[in-house]
Write a protein that binds this ligand. Structure first.
Ligand SMILES: Cc1cn([C@H]2C[C@H](O)[C@@H](COP(=O)(O)OP(=O)(O)OP(=O)(O)O)O2)c(=O)[nH]c1=O
Length: 209
């Protein structure tokens, strides 16, 4: 079935592309979106991740409709939100943002939610929000300053990237690791498979890992 269907990722995130590639899936098209990611008043982080992943997929769907490609595409949108309690941490754009996030995360547990939204070729919307709990060690001021200097926090929810140096801060993780990086593979493949996309078609290609 999926031979005639395309997979469109409503994202500009290289991490999400790499995660799909890790699962043997090469997106046919990337449509980065620029939706407003500001949380609503008192919005729960889980609801925010759900709303934004839907918004990203919808935006890409509208674009594909214009190009007459919506009926041949599976569209995936995702959004990752980091929270401490109900407090939603920003996507760090400045060193100060990142410093504030990391001071909050130091020595504590936090939650990472990724919302995944799939729009099928027939226009059905399927959604999931996956939660991972992560505990960081207490960060010394030297560690914090070096991490900030290294710059890996830029554009990352909560001001860190677990797939990089911040992997050294993780004392405990409960749940999906790929969810923290930006796309929970088990659940995403579950959504795709349930709707008939053949996710395993490239697993035997000779140049894997
Ligand atoms: C917590 C964490 C987040 N991140 C990244 C994943 C996301 O790219 C980013 C969260 O921002 P998002 O708004 O989810 O995604 P994005 O703006 O980067 O990409 P797009 O909207 O185009 O899909 O933070 C990591 O790479 N590693 C981590 O450990």
């Amino acid at each position: 079935m999926s031979a005639t269907y395309r997979l469109v990722l409503a994202s500009g995130s290289p991490r999400r592309v790499e995660l799909l590639q890790q699962a043997g899936i090469e997106p046919d098209r990337l449509i980065p979106t620029d939706i407003d990611e500001t949380p609503l008043r008192a919005e729960h982080p889980r609801s925010l991740a759900k709303r934004l992943s839907h918004g990203k997929a919808e935006r890409a769907f509208a674009r594909l409709k214009k190009d007459n490609e919506a009926e041949t595409s599976f569209i995936l949108g995702a959004d990752t939100v980091v929270s401490v309690g109900r407090r939603i941490l920003p996507k760090a754009e400045t060193r100060e943002d990142a410093a504030n996030c990391l001071r909050l995360l130091s020595g504590r547990a936090h939650r990472v939610y990724t919302g995944v939204c799939l729009i099928t070729p027939s226009g059905k919307v399927r959604q999931k929000v996956v939660e991972t709990r992560v505990r960081f060690k207490r960060l010394s001021s030297e560690e914090l300053n070096l991490y900030l200097e290294a710059g890996e926090w830029r554009g990352k929810a909560g001001g860190y990237a677990i797939q990089g140096l911040a992997g050294c801060f993780v004392v405990r993780l409960a749940g999906s690791y790929t969810n923290v990086v930006g796309l929970p593979l088990y659940e995403t493949l579950g959504l795709l498979t349930a709707d008939g996309y053949k996710v395993h078609q490239n697993w035997l290609s000779p140049d894997r890992v």
